[in-house]
Structures are given as structure tokens and as C-alpha cells.
Design a protein around this ligand. Structure first.
Ligand SMILES: Nc1nc2c(ncn2[C@@H]2O[C@H](COP(=O)(O)OP(=O)(O)O)[C@@H](O)[C@H]2O)c(=O)[nH]1
Ligand SMILES: [Mg+2]
Length: 318
């Protein structure tokens, strides 16, 4: 089956649209990098290296990609500049981490885990609550019963915001008052979810990265309390990163990975930025799969990350 059969046209259009700023940036730079050249030589590779670094792919990942293309040139003797984007697509896609849910039906839940518990972490403003709203929408659309837990009790607005999403999507929400113990909210949420036979639980948290020890303690406490209700929870610790912050998103990911075990990433706000190349570097460097990407503020603007479609959207071509 062709990859496009797995991916409806609407979604592809959405993705192309969402990534348009990065795409224009990368495209115009590559066009300049190969201007007047018919073959990929040292000079083209030097220019390409600069293109990738300045597109937020990151230095280490860029060097890996260049190395792969060099190997390929050595092997194939000659690579035409017209073939360069195709070669880039192939090499980058093979470099990226596999997303375990890529092959599943959209927003399916791994078998035997009911409720499937997702703990969402990340610093303030990256798009945690919005992503939870979108996820809830997609899971509900896929026929799942969803419970949200408002464990970001640090700011009153955070609980209100999640409540608005739950109303919009039509899902249950478990909350306490502002300032309540996040672990207690997580406990209540899981208990309610189990009692009500929910399929998916998504727990929001506060991300105060400025104190790593506190953050680590708080996240550990929430996890431990979850295990009292659902022994193998959380099944997923989803770190949300704001793609528009480029290399800073990468640094945040490294910090969070030190504070708690992250099992999946969602990279948001790719629609508003030319820094979408950061997805490539993060996926390569962190060895944590990018599971979702956010490409807008609407309910539909969250997609399962499919690496081939992603590089296709970015570099174009057939
Ligand atoms: N353009 C765009 N904006 C987003 C996306 N995801 C989140 N946002 C916006 O980012 C802001 C912060 O989001 P929020 O969910 O409150 O972040 P939180 O503090 O991590 O919970 C809000 O204005 C969201 O609408 C996205 O994929 N694209
Ligand atoms: Mg929030």
C-alpha cells in the first residue's frame, strides 16, 4: 500500500499547510545551495550543511545527514543536484525514530491497557493543555471514553482552560481547587476513570522547570499515586515541546528526560514557525519517538507523526 493511502488527502493538505513556513525556508535555502550546480560536490554539501543547521536541525544531526549523503555519493559515484531532495528525504526518514503508533489506526489504544493512562508534562506555555484537548477530541472521535485530570493546580487558569476543553470535546474532567495536591488530583482521576470504565485517561501537570529537584519529586509522586490505582500506569509520559522555540525545545527535552522517564514527544506550534527542522534533530538525538505534532490551534490540528509524510511535506517531491 502506498503511504498516501494510509494518509487521507485532507490530512496531507493540513500537514503541508502547517509546515509551509519551514518548507519555504528549507526549499529556498536548498535552491540557493545548489544554484548553478549539476552535481552534488563538496561545495554543495558545505552549503547543505549550513541549510540544515540554520533550519534548526541541529549540528550533530546535520553532520550525520551529511555523512550519509557523502557515503551515498561514494557508493553511487555521482548524485545529481536534482536528486538531492529525494536523497535527503530518504536519508532523513531512515535516521528518524520509528513512531510505534504510526502503523496503527488513528488514535488507537494499545490492547490490554484499560484505562490507558497518559501523563502530560512540559514547561508552561508549550501547549500541554491544548494538546490534551486535541487528544481527547481524537480519542473520543475514535469511540473511546476519555477522562481528563486537571493536575496542573498551580494556576487557576490552567484548571479553567482544561474544563473548557472538556466541555468543548464532551469528556469527563476530574478537578480540585487551585493549589490542591497534583498527586491527589491524579489519584481521584484514575479512580473515577476505573469506576466509570474509561478507555483513556489524560492527566495535565504543571511544568516548573526552574527547579529540577522539585519537578522530579512532583512527577515521581504523581506516577506513584497512579500506580496505586492502575499498577502499570502511566502507560505513556508525553513530553510536549514548543517547536517554534527551535533549539530551546531540544534543551528542554534533555532537561525533562533527566527529571523523569519520557516515553513519547509531541512537538507543537509547527504551523507558526520556520524552525520545523527541530523535529528531525530532536527525534534523532533523544531516541524518544515523536508521536504527535501540533500544526494549529484547532481540534483537528494534531497529527500522528509519520516520518515519511513529514519529510515529504518538508522537502516535497514524489
Ligand atoms: N499555532 C499554534 N498554537 C498552539 C499550538 N498548540 C498550542 N498552541 C497555543 O499555545 C498557547 C499555550 O498553550 P497551552 O495549551 O495553554 O500551554 P500549556 O501552558 O503548556 O498548557 C495557547 O495560546 C495555544 O492556543 C499549535 O500547535 N499551534
Ligand atoms: Mg496548561
Amino acid at each position: 500500500m502506498s503511504i498516501f493511502n494510509l494518509f487521507s488527502k485532507d490530512k496531507k493538505e493540513n500537514l503541508d499547510q502547517g509546515l509551509s513556513k519551514t518548507k519555504e525556508n528549507v526549499f529556498s535555502k536548498i535552491t540557493r545551495a545548489v544554484a548553478g550546480k549539476s552535481k552534488v560536490d563538496e561545495e554543495v554539501l558545505d552549503n547543505l550543511e549550513e541549510v540544515l543547521v540554520t533550519s534548526d536541525v541541529g549540528v550533530e544531526t546535520t553532520l550525520k545527514i551529511i555523512q550519509r549523503i557523502e557515503n551515498r555519493i561514494a557508493h553511487e559515484k555521482y548524485v545529481n543536484t536534482e536528486e538531492l531532495t529525494a536523497v535527503l528525504r530518504e536519508e532523513i526518514a531512515s535516521l528518524l525514530q520509528d513512531n510505534p503508533v504510526e502503523e496503527l489506526e488513528d488514535f488507537a489504544i494499545p490492547a490490554g491497557k484499560k484505562p490507558y493512562v497518559i501523563m502530560v508534562v512540559g514547561v508552561n506555555g508549550v501547549g500541554k493543555t491544548t494538546t490534551i484537548g486535541k487528544l481527547a477530541y481524537h480519542f473520543k472521535k475514535a469511540g473511546k471514553k476519555v477522562f481528563l485530570g486537571a493536575a496542573d493546580t498551580f494556576r487557576a487558569a490552567a484548571v479553567e482552560q482544561l474544563t473548557i476543553w472538556s466541555e468543548r470535546v464532551g469528556t469527563e474532567i476530574v478537578k480540585q481547587k487551585m493549589g490542591a495536591d497534583p498527586a491527589s488530583v491524579a489519584y481521584d482521576t484514575l479512580q473515577s476513570a476505573v469506576a466509570n470504565n474509561a478507555d483513556v485517561v489524560i492527566v495535565d501537570t504543571a511544568g516548573r522547570l526552574h527547579n529540577k529537584v522539585n519537578l522530579m519529586n512532583e512527577l515521581t509522586k504523581i506516577k506513584n499515586v497512579m500506580k496505586k490505582v492502575v499498577p502499570d500506569a502511566p502507560h505513556e509520559v508525553l513530553l510536549i515541546l514548543d517547536g517554534s522555540t527551535g533549539q530551546n525545545a531540544y534543551n528542554q527535552a534533555k532537561e525533562f528526560a533527566k527529571a523523569t522517564e519520557i516515553t513519547a514527544l509531541a512537538i507543537t506550534k509547527l504551523d507558526g514557525t520556520a524552525k520545523g527542522g527541530v523535529v528531525i534533530g530532536i527525534s534523532d538525538q533523544l531516541h524518544i519517538p515523536v508521536k504527535y505534532i501540533g500544526i494549529g490551534e484547532g481540534l483537528e490540528d494534531l497529527q500522528i507523526f509519520r516520518k515519511k509524510e513529514f519529510v515529504h511535506s518538508l522537502f516535497g517531491g514524489e
